[in-house]
Design a protein. Structure first.
Length: 166
C-alpha cells in the first residue's frame, strides 16, 4: 500500500487545472490528465530511481477520486489512462534518443525496441495467465504493461547518463 503522502500528492495533482474537462459535477475543478500528472512527477523526481515512484501514482489517485474507481471498470479505466500516458512518454524518449544516435546505432535501437516490446508482451501475458481468465487477468495485464512501459521510458530518458558516450 502506498504511503498517504504519495496518495494525497496524487490527489492534489489530479485536482489541478487541465484542458480535459472533468465529468464530475458542474463547477467542479478539472483534473490533470495522466500525461500531465506523470509530467509533474517526472519534473519533481529527476533521477531514474526517484522516477520509479511516478509509476502508478496517477492510477492510485484516479481510483481514489473517480466515482467508479474501486470497480473493475473504473480500475481498468484508470490503468488504461496511465498506460497511454506512459506509452506516449516512451515514444518521446525513444524519439529523443534515436535523434542523438548515429545511423548504425539507430538501426540497432529499433531492433532492440522491437525485441523489448515482444518480451514485455510475453511477460505480461504470462502474469495475466496466472488468473486463468478471471476478472483480474485483464487488470494484471494492464498493470504489467504500464509498469514495464514506464520502466523502459525512464531507462531511455536516462540513456545518455547510464551509457556514455550518448
Amino acid at each position: 500500500m502506498k504511503p498517504v503522502s504519495t496518495l494525497m500528492l496524487g490527489a492534489i495533482l489530479l485536482l489541478g487545472c487541465s484542458s480535459e474537462p472533468s465529468s464530475a459535477q458542474p463547477g467542479a475543478m478539472d483534473r490533470l490528465s495522466a500525461y500531465d500528472t506523470i509530467d509533474a512527477c517526472l519534473y519533481r523526481e529527476t533521477d531514474p530511481v526517484g522516477r520509479q515512484a511516478c509509476i502508478g501514482e496517477y492510477r492510485a489517485a484516479c481510483e481514489t477520486l473517480s466515482d467508479e474507481g474501486e470497480t473493475m471498470a473504473g480500475m481498468m479505466m484508470c490503468a488504461g489512462e496511465e498506460y497511454e500516458a506512459w506509452d506516449r512518454w516512451l515514444n518521446e524518449a525513444y524519439r529523443d534518443l534515436r535523434e542523438s544516435l548515429p545511423e548504425t546505432a539507430v538501426i540497432n535501437l529499433r531492433e532492440a525496441q522491437r525485441s523489448w516490446m515482444a518480451h514485455r508482451d510475453q511477460d505480461c501475458l504470462f502474469l495475466s495467465s496466472l488468473y486463468a481468465g478471471g476478472s483480474m487477468a485483464g487488470l494484471e495485464n494492464a498493470s504489467c504493461q504500464t509498469r514495464k512501459t514506464a520502466e523502459r521510458a525512464i531507462e531511455l530518458m536516462h540513456w545518455d547518463a547510464d551509457y556514455p558516450p550518448y
